[in-house]
Design a protein around this ligand. Sequence first.
Ligand code: SF4
Length: 225
Amino acid sequence: MSQLPDKRTVRKVLRRLEHMYGPRQWESWGPAVDVLVETILSQNTSRANSQAGYKQLKRRFRSWSSAADAPVEEVEQCIRISGLSALKAPRIQAILRQIRAERGSISLEFLKDMDPRTAYDYLRAFRGVGAKTASCVLLFSFRMPLFPVDTHIVRIAQRLDWVDDRTTADQTQDLLTPLIAPDDRYALHVLLIAHGRQTCKAQSPRCEWCDLLDLCPEGQRRMAE
Ligand code: SF4
């Protein structure tokens, strides 16, 4: 039976991850529209492939407006390496056009003057923008205290037995966010992803090297085998 952690345990995990990978200070990841497009491209693919598609898109089009007005096949070709390009290309173009129609230009910088909940709801209203994507934009561009949950974070939360195997990423995000101090959400997000990539890997977690072992039922089970 899984058990959500208390706030002290969450903080302890953050301190241990800082010890393993070094502290993380917030820094802007760029304009919100850029982060939004990048995050959509990152859905269901590796970081390397999403970044390659994003770079090609930026190289091919002078502005987001020209990307919005281009034939969809051109956008699709640019982002093919990021996977699901037939879905992502029209989705990105529709979002860019909608922002321009509503705001007069393709910028989301006005969101920084909104309260996080209103800004989050605005982004979630776009087709194809889920909880993780909206939270990434607001956290990485404006330092709003959200806690995006991706596949690495769900996997680690399940192994720590904070949530059970059937809990989705969105549910995990809703459950864990209130347990993390607002100022810790950025650091915990990026450090858990680093942990998922380097140590708590999907196939072969390196539990013998993990500073979370005494807090982790799955790690202890694997070490006992
Ligand atoms: Fe992951 Fe193993 Fe560390 Fe648990 S002990 S968090 S399973 S690497």
